[in-house]
Design a protein around this ligand. Sequence first.
Ligand code: SF4
Length: 95
Amino acid sequence: MVVVYSTLLMAVLGLAFGTFLAYAAKKFEVKEDPRVELVKQALPGANCGACGYAGCEAFAKAVVAGKVTPDMCTPGRAAGVAEKIKEILKQNAAS
Ligand code: SF4
């Protein structure tokens, strides 16, 4: 009988904690600007740090926040990354 009660207790606790975690994840969800992902996709993805940030994602967040100009990505200069980023920011600012 102890095994049955223990199993039931664990199942109820699992369901309760799972429900709580699902609620907390939804309640405290951090909404990110969708432009960050678009800018990140336009970057070379080398994560070299030449822009002064820890990686491409940090640089993308800084560009979208307006903390840095789009032309700071040295490896992406030849590929016209700065122009692509400006276009992304311009398009999404209009919509
Ligand atoms: S310089 Fe460009 S490739 Fe290097 S981390 Fe910064 S954004 Fe990424």
